[in-house]
Design a protein around this ligand. Structure first.
Ligand SMILES: [Ca+2]
Length: 261
């Protein structure tokens, strides 16, 4: 009975969701322009990237010691990556792609990032993961990296599309051996170029030309509605374990499934 009630509540939450994560459900970022000690603002750019950031992160059976935030909605490890037209996976470079499409922050929108060992944030991440992964009860993260695209438009948006904005966030968290990625979608108003012929790619790419994981399917509506989708039971929130040979999602899209593998 209790189980049925939980399912009912989760179903109702999904059905009633017309927007993504609230501000409070996102990990902290300078939405109001007030920065904390670790907050970094990326320079305004069309297809540029952050400077190299030293961060040890296990990903797809490798351990990388550097990371780059790229304006077009992805993180790379082996160098900055400026490709603005999303490519279907697998491709030849390791990539964390939470919304690969042609963002343009030259005049408006911001991309914030931070690397932190703030204990409150680490504990929050631990709770997120322990709640969803039965086999991670003892997981104790030591480093956390976030990147947040705040009210970003897309390149050459015209007409009614010119005012469309997306706000989304990636959280990487690790103890140096085990690692997780969280994708947070607060607001997705655009998902591709105006003709919808090209749409955002969301997922993970190992870079070996073989292994990859794509969250959205080929349907454009899957991408434009990302803030209503989930693998955690919370609309707009996805969690994946990403250190191993295969990506381990917290659950299936739209359903809450505790991972026990
Ligand atoms: Ca761009």
């Amino acid at each position: 009975m209790a189980y049925s009630i939980v399912i009912l509540i989760l179903t109702l939450q999904c059905m009633s969701a017309v927007t993504g994560l609230s501000l409070g459900n996102m990990y902290p970022y300078p939405h109001d322009g007030i920065t904390g000690p670790d907050d970094q603002l990326m320079s305004r750019t069309l297809d540029g990237s952050s400077p190299v950031i030293s961060f040890t992160f296990p990903f797809y059976d490798n351990v990388y010691n550097t990371i780059y935030v790229n304006n077009n909605g992805h993180l790379s490890f082996t160098g900055s990556y400026s490709v603005y037209i999303p490519l279907e996976f697998p491709i030849s470079i390791p990539l964390v792609s939470l919304f690969w499409m042609d963002a343009d922050t030259r005049t408006t929108g911001q991309v914030w990032y931070k690397l932190t060992n703030d204990s409150a944030l680490l504990n929050r991440a631990k709770t997120d993961i322990v709640t969803l992964y039965d086999n991670q009860i003892t997981f104790q993260p030591t480093k956390l990296f976030t990147a947040t695209w705040l009210d970003v438009p897309y390149w050459q948006a015209v007409g009614s599309d010119a005012t469309k904005r997306n706000t989304f966030q990636v959280v990487l968290v690790t103890d140096g051996v085990i690692s997780f990625a969280m994708f947070h979608y607060q607001k997705i108003e655009w998902a591709g170029y105006a003709d919808n012929a090209t749409k955002a790619i969301v997922g993970f790419n190992a870079g070996d030309g073989v292994n990859s994981y794509t969250v959205n399917s080929s349907d454009y509506t899957d991408v434009i509605n990302l803030e209503q989708k989930s693998n955690t039971g919370v609309p707009g929130k996805f969690i994946f374990r990403v250190d191993g040979y295969t990506i381990q999602p917290a659950g299936s899209t739209g359903k809450y499934t505790k991972y026990t593998g």
